[in-house]
Design a protein around this ligand. Structure first.
Ligand code: GLA
Length: 396
């Protein structure tokens, strides 16, 4: 939807004219490798998409944050003096959670009208929720600074942390920081190599030459609130507890090395499930390091191999794939010109990411699409993804 149309809808909903309307945008993300490692203080390697959430917003000076979306009938009015009371909202709880946490952190939350518009498929594992959180945090931080006449720059890492806290403390999902970090700090044509134990990061240019990143959406709806996501986190915490008996200095499972795992895995033998979860996390972190290394050398084939290993590990050891994701990957790997393919995001449905040679893209979409529909009974959706920038205000 064009900005003009969004502006028109904004005025229909909230009145006034276009003069004071501002636009804020935050992207979704695709994780290239490093899955279920972020909440274990491990490595991830995501990139921001050009698909995004856009907010048209205007300060009102009142006591409410009024929110609406271009594709939903819901209209929600959040009382800024009572932000703790919107946890049960079906739509609007991410915005309320962000405003609530920011207020606690000393931001001056001011009344405003907001209209949300997004093109990230909802619930597909491309971080539509993180993009809502980060865009909201950026808009509210901008208004807060203006209210305080504070000219300092907005701290993007802080915004990512606020988004994650809103998800953890308000929406009840114990997610890591990868999604919010990518949405806040993404950079066009670059992936982010992020070490989640201390949030140190660097950008790695994605020089894919004659290849494309294809995202395939299973269209299987799932929600992390009802999935086994929190259960997996608890299993990893249990594994860390076991390792701490011999490696007391370890604060995160993701910092246990492959060598340490091989040396001490006997400790985990009493519970096979915990051992499998730990093995995935520890080897996945190692795969991220190898991937970054390979890509820096331009060795895309090694990266492709690591993607495939990652998927198999998520299927066999972490058990978060399912027939829809497995079918997409299996069918992708049958096609000549596919360099690598794996599930991306939390799993349990959602999307796969594949690296495909330009000449094989149409064949990939047709062949994988047909095989998927035959086996699963409904269609997958394919996107050729461009890597975009992180959160920002859009000036027109
Ligand atoms: C979801 C979470 C992230 C991360 C991934 C799995 O996207 O929000 O923090 O844990 O799952 O890698």
């Amino acid at each position: 939807m064009q900005l003009e149309k969004i502006t028109k809808r904004f005025i229909e909903l909230y009145g006034g004219n276009s003069k004071d309307i501002r636009f804020f945008s935050a992207p979704g993300r695709v994780n290239l490798i490093g899955e279920h490692t972020d909440y274990n203080g491990g490595y991830v390697f995501p990139a921001a998409l050009t698909m995004h959430t856009l907010i048209a917003a205007r300060k009102t000076g009142g006591n409410t944050i009024n929110i609406a979306a271009t594709d939903l009938p819901d209209r929600v009015c959040l009382d800024i003096n009572n932000l703790d009371s919107y946890r049960q909202l079906k739509w609007g709880n991410y915005q309320a959670g962000v405003a609530y946490i920011m207020q606690q952190e000393g931001f001056e939350i001011t009344g405003c009208d907001m209209l949300y518009h997004g093109d990230i498929p909802y619930g597909a594992g491309l971080s539509s929720s993180a993009s809502i959180e980060v865009a909201t945090a950026f808009a509210l931080a901008t208004f807060s600074r203006e209210a305080k006449e504070d000219n300092s720059l907005i701290e993007l890492v802080e915004l990512a942390e606020i988004g994650q806290r809103a998800e953890n403390e308000y929406a009840g999902v114990n997610c890591g920081i990868m999604d919010q970090f990518s949405s806040a700090l993404g950079k066009k044509d670059n992936a982010i190599f992020l070490d989640c134990k201390d949030l140190s990061y660097s950008y790695v240019p994605l020089r894919l030459k004659d290849k494309k990143i294809i995202i395939a959406n299973t269209n299987k709806k799932r929600s992390l609130q009802t999935s086994k996501y929190n259960e997996r986190k608890a299993e990893c915490d249990a594994a860390l507890g076991q390792f701490k008996m011999v490696l007391p200095e370890k604060e995160f499972l993701g910092t246990v090395t492959v060598e340490e795992y091989l040396q001490y895995k006997k400790l985990l033998i009493i519970d096979e499930t915990i051992r499998k979860r730990a093995k995935h996390v520890i080897f996945e972190c190692d795969r991220v390091l190898k991937s970054v290394n390979a890509l820096e050398k331009g060795d895309i084939n090694t990266f492709g191999e690591l993607m495939i290993q990652s998927h198999y590990s998520l299927r066999e050891l972490y058990e978060v794939t399912g027939v829809e994701l497995d079918t997409l990957v299996e069918e992708a790997l049958k096609i000549k010109g596919v360099i690598g393919s794996r599930m991306t995001g939390a799993g349990f449905g959602g999307c796969t990411v594949s690296i495909v040679e330009d000449g094989a893209v149409d064949r990939f979409i047709n062949t994988v699409g047909k095989a998927y529909a035959n086996k699963i009974g409904y269609d997958a959706t394919f996107y050729i993804s461009d890597i975009g920038d992180g959160v920002r205000e859009i000036y027109i």
